[in-house]
Design a protein around this ligand. Sequence first.
Ligand SMILES: [Cu+2]
Length: 310
Amino acid sequence: MIRLVSATIAGAILLIIAPIAVRGATVDVTVGPGLSFTPASVTIAIGDTVRWDWAGALHSSTSDNTTGAEVWNSGLKSTGTFSHTFSTAGDWPYYCTLHSSPGGTAMNGVVHVTAAPTLTSVNPTAGPSTGGTLVTLTGTNFISGCTAVFGGTPATTNTVVDATTMTATTPAHAPGVVSVDVNCSSGTATLMNGFTFTLPPTISNVQPSSAPPGAQVTITGTNFVNGANVLFGSTPASGVTFVDSGTLLAIVPAVPPGPVTVTVINPDARRATFDAFVVLAAAALPLLSGAALVLLIAALAVAGVIALRT
Ligand SMILES: [Cu+2]
């Protein structure tokens, strides 16, 4: 019983320690056998460890900085390893005491330690709740392996372009405004309300149900976004007014009479269609026939509006 309890406690302690142990990565640098550290320059995150592995010749890994935050000295050795875990961002040069000097070139190396990332903008700021929007994230201290998270759901692709730019593809997510995180081995940056997952528009009605070119119709539906476009068939409306997310006003463009499909296209390119609309013939002044003209003149004469010669 006691053994079971202590095993449970040990397990619990392991669970607590494991994330801390996983957090810091270890990067290997080979020392020698010639006058070189390989690779001579490594980039790591705060909390990562550099492990120097000796290849058989006598050398040291000794920090240039004697007063800086990162001070280490392996001493001269020819086999085995020496490790140092870096806790401060910055560039930390080092050298071999036997073959070079601080700031020298004969046998020197440098460890670049990057700080935690920051995230300042996400572009575009909205996309469909079905995911698949390629967004550009801008910030600082992005490093290889950083990944984006939208409202708690990981991006489906992540590409770190450079220290200030990365791209990511949004996952599917419930509609709404979410925070965006960038997770790096050096830390996490969060942009509150950084992205909005949107729903596609729908059209429930177009009123009146028939109208000639130049007439204004009212389109009712859901999820309209300011900036939406309206098509009659394949012809853009002559004018569109965004009233609210459920109402658009559109002016029928010059298209041939007959039934057309009315389409609303939101700025995120998602669209809705409505098939029960008819374009009427353009209103024209009626042409008077000769007989009608005679009748009109006679009527006006009877009314005394004009005088006919007798
Ligand atoms: Cu050396």
